[in-house]
Design a protein around this ligand. Structure first.
Ligand SMILES: C[S@@+](CC[C@H](N)C(=O)[O-])C[C@H]1O[C@@H](n2cnc3c(N)ncnc32)[C@H](O)[C@@H]1O
Length: 214
């Protein structure tokens, strides 16, 4: 667990874009919650939960009330973190490329529609950090855009900023690794979004080949 140099896009979100996104959207948060919907249909043992891009912790508050799980979040918006604290939810200020928790801290890590605003130079850091903090046997839940072809679009909030949203097949970043297995997925027709639940198993069977003889 060591701090890293921030990408430009992560720095811009920490500097002000996280707060301005929150100010504009805070009254609409929680109107849709396909993660909770999926958990209701296909329950998993949530245990201790980290939400990355947790905003003001509205989902964490809901999960805690319903399942009695331990919850914590991280988000670049200072204002969102302050509002989370008023509800008794800890949301640390930060970005997905560096998660300020010990290794093997969580049974569940939720990426709640935040990967699309993570810059490419942070993608491998995000995968490594979520893997580091997720316990063996734990679940990773991703809600984000899904697409057969990767593309990016300019984030139009402040057009002068070099910020983009990225549409890629996010779960593939973890699923190339035989330790990660898809447990379930739900495609949200009409908006090209997907909720994917994966399980981490460090002892996933791997074919043992005989050592090559010289
Ligand atoms: C579309 S909102 C989703 C908020 C909440 N998870 C939900 O489902 O309503 C995206 C959130 O990601 C946060 N965010 C932006 N860049 C981030 C980054 N690099 N790492 C983590 N979160 C980020 C934003 O501040 C914002 O709160």
């Amino acid at each position: 667990m060591s701090s890293t140099t921030k990408s430009e896009q992560a720095s811009i979100f920490l500097d002000h874009l996280g707060d301005s996104w929150y100010e504009i959207n805070k009254n609409d948060l929680g109107k849709r919650d396909p993660i909770s919907d999926l958990l209701e249909r296909e329950p998993i043992n949530l245990g201790s939960v980290l939400e990355v891009g947790a905003c003001n912790g509205w989902r964490l508050e809901k999960l805690r009330a319903k399942y009695g799980c331990k919850v914590v979040g991280i988000d670049p918006s200072v204002l969102a973190a302050q509002d989370a604290a008023k509800k008794g939810i800890e949301v640390k200020i930060g970005t997905a490329d560096w998660l300020p928790w010990e290794s093997d801290s969580f049974d569940t890590v939720i990426m709640g529609f935040c990967l699309y605003v993570v810059a490419p130079e942070d993608w491998f850091k995000v995968i490594a950090e979520t893997d580091r903090v997720l316990k063996d046997g734990g679940h990773l839940i991703i809600w984000d855009y899904t697409t057969p072809r990767s593309f990016r679009r300019k984030l139009n909030r402040e057009a002068h900023l070099p910020t983009f949203m990225y549409h890629i097949d996010w779960p593939e970043g973890w699923l190339f690794n035989p330790m990660y297995r898809k447990v379930s997925e739900h495609f949200l027709a009409g908006c090209s979004e997907m909720v994917t639940v994966m399980r981490k198993n460090k002892k996933a069977p791997m074919l043992e080949m005989a050592t090559e003889q010289k």
